[in-house]
Design a protein around this ligand. Structure first.
Ligand SMILES: [Zn+2]
Length: 81
């Protein structure tokens, strides 16, 4: 494995040369586009269903999203609609 910080080749969990954690993928333009696409399309019930809720009932969608964020923040869980 090659360290992304100092390019030292090693087989440890952390680079013995600089201490960087191993297994971290390098951030490239391609990886940013892939992650952006995953973020948009990998919603709980799909992008089109969320788009439908945001179009037909935007206030309800925002309220439910805010409640979910609050519940996740305090560690209770997620509301399934
Ligand atoms: Zn290193």
């Amino acid at each position: 494995m090659i360290c992304i910080a100092c390019e030292n080749e090693h087989q440890e969990n952390f680079c013995p040369n600089c201490g960087e954690r191993a297994g971290i993928p390098k951030i490239t333009f391609k990886s940013m586009f892939v992650e952006a696409f995953k973020t948009v399309t990998n919603m709980d019930k799909g992008f089109l269903l969320n788009l439908k809720y945001l179009t037909l009932h935007p206030k309800l969608a925002v309220i439910l999203f805010t409640i979910q964020l609050f519940l996740i923040a305090i560690g209770i869980g997620v509301i399934r609609t």
